[in-house]
Design a protein around this ligand. Structure first.
Ligand code: NAG
Ligand code: NAG
Ligand code: NAG
Length: 305
């Protein structure tokens, strides 16, 4: 999926963090005062006419029809942080349609990338969430979960925690995936490059739904994904200056996302993780021997100690 066409909760990030992020994410149900204006943070990558906002500017829509999809990209690069957004996905007959929400270094040769990809489905059939991780240009680390709710009727929060010890993908408060930085995984853990945030919608009926068997039903177009409440609580990485985003570079700034409290899952999060992965995981590259006769190194690392 990496190539073609794609230029391509609040977490109970623990009680200790609730003071910090709770303010931003949890308490603001129905209150859009903390919403960020699109233009302050993002730019459209292609097809401006397939991008819309609500009247107050707080909800953004990407549109896919037979002519084009669309996508946006953050103006800033980040290195480590907590990145979160509420999404409502294309309803109804959305097979073949992929909405992606991801972070990427956007570099050609040694791309680092963290992907959320929502794979549409026929009416009444469940969406799948595919996550993937690229490190130094190498991806192929797909996992798929069936979502345990209908992601098309309400906004849900999708977040990435990225720090020097772990990368965690969250769906609402549930950590669905953990990619850890240990001695063994140092080469496959993205950490040296800053990443932009992206989102896009496109037609991927050559692979997305039931392996490409289900084709996009253009009679159901336009397909619209909606976004709101973007939060970037992280280090903006300017001029690729590595010292700027080093932890404790600035003692007066709190880098809670890269401190002990965020280096491993909490007890509650571990429960959620076990729950989602025992019930909703439908594909894991770690167990795909037809692709990997030798288990990738990160597959032998436990999600916590
Ligand atoms: C779509 O629905 C089918 C049938 O329920 C399911 O097997 C599949 O995992 C769903 N998602 C995708 C992306 O194919
Ligand atoms: C990087 O940032 C640090 C801290 O602000 C500064 O002291 C240093 O000169 C910068 N280095 C470069 C190459 O810009
Ligand atoms: C350190 O952090 C504080 C608080 O976030 C900020 O106001 C200040 O500009 C930062 N200083 C440097 C050198 O980055």
């Amino acid at each position: 999926m990496g190539g073609t066409g794609r230029v391509m909760g609040m977490s109970f990030l623990f009680l200790a963090l609730i003071g910090l992020i709770g303010r931003v994410c949890c308490q603001s149900n129905g209150d859009d005062s903390s919403a960020k204006v699109f233009d302050d943070n993002f730019q459209i990558m292609w097809a401006q006419d397939h991008f819309r906002t609500s009247e107050n500017g707080h909800v953004w829509h990407l549109v896919l029809d037979q002519n084009s999809g669309s996508g946006f990209k953050s103006k800033y690069k980040y290195r480590f942080g907590w990145f979160s957004m509420k999404l409502k996905l294309v309803p109804g007959d959305s097979a073949g349609v992929v909405t992606a929400y991801y972070m990427s270094s956007n570099t050609d040769m040694n791309r680092d990338e963290l992907d959320f990809e929502f794979l549409g489905n026929r009416s009444g059939e469940p969406y799948a969430l595919q996550t993937n991780i690229y490190a130094k240009g190498l991806g192929g680390r797909e996992q798929r979960h069936i979502l345990w709710f209908d992601p098309t009727t309400q906004f849900h929060t999708y977040s990435i925690l990225w720090n020097s010890r772990q990368i965690v993908f969250f769906v609402d408060q549930v950590p669905v995936r953990v990619h850890r930085h240990t001695e063994a995984t140092s080469d496959v853990f993205p950490k040296e490059q800053g990443m932009y945030m992206f989102s896009s919608i496109w037609n991927a009926d050559n692979w997305a739904t039931r392996g490409g068997l289900e084709k996009t039903n253009w009679a159901a177009a336009p397909f619209v994904s909606s976004y709101k409440k973007f939060h970037d609580l992280g280090c903006k990485w300017e001029d690729d200056n590595t010292t700027l985003c080093a932890n404790n570079n600035n003692a007066s700034a709190s880098h809670w996302w890269d401190e002990a409290v965020a280096w491993t899952l909490t007890k509650k999060q571990r429960e959620y993780y076990r729950w989602v992965n025992s019930k909703y995981l439908i594909y894991d590259y770690c167990h795909d021997q037809s692709r990997y006769s030798i288990k990738p190194v990160e597959c032998s690392v436990a999600p916590w100690d």
